[in-house]
Design a binder for this molecule. Sequence first.
Ligand code: UDP
Length: 235
Amino acid sequence: MVTKGNKLYEGKAKIIYETDNPDLLIQYFKDEATAFNAQKKGVIKEKGVMNNAISTRLFKLLEDEGIKTHFVEKLSEREMLVKRLEIIPVEVVVRNIVAGSLAKRMGLEEGTPLKEAVVEFYYKSDELGDPMINNYHIRAFGLAKDEELEAMVESALKVNDILKKFFDERGILLVDFKLEYGRHHGEILLGDEITPDGCRLWDKQTLEKLDKDRFRRDLGKIEEAYEEVLRKVLS
Ligand code: UDP
């Protein structure tokens, strides 16, 4: 049992609370959604509840497959107990199919399959709008040590294999997703959340978008899409 303490940090979609255990934090999932570096704001009804449930199922799956994550347990509808991380300010994006910013950058149509998974890094900075960086920047700016970066990439590619198969078995294409990592007593752990907020998920048959692009692009039926992902993830 842990006791909830002070608010440590409030982000766009989550609030982090301290607990009476200095090694553990509580992640509270909100319904708020933002896009385009918080220029677009809205609420996706019950998103917090759905994202907590989706993340819990996926972190359990990954832990069972040997991935080290910050997940400890789901505490309530909107709360998850996690290990305290010193967050590495690098977002790791893994892609299987061209979409979003990669489609723009390469002048390709969304939906073009990639011959192999692509890993990209973005510098976590709201002021700068998360610019893309590479392993040289990560080293030169001291954002992560070589062995930490290696651990992150190895983990991210394994996560991709596990999640791709898991979603495929449930009729969903894992197009791309974003991961965040942090340090915990000298170990690199997968942190943050794994939800339709940070993944592109397409229905395998219809290619219908089942993720935050419905909010970003005003496609409607946002709650329904998250509900469908939740239902399939729990099946
Ligand atoms: N993503 C994210 N947070 C960000 C940027 C991207 O979770 O700040 C996720 C996004 O949901 C998608 C993947 O990372 O699943 C790749 O996003 P992309 O680079 O295509 O950027 P976008 O088109 O979303 O701006």
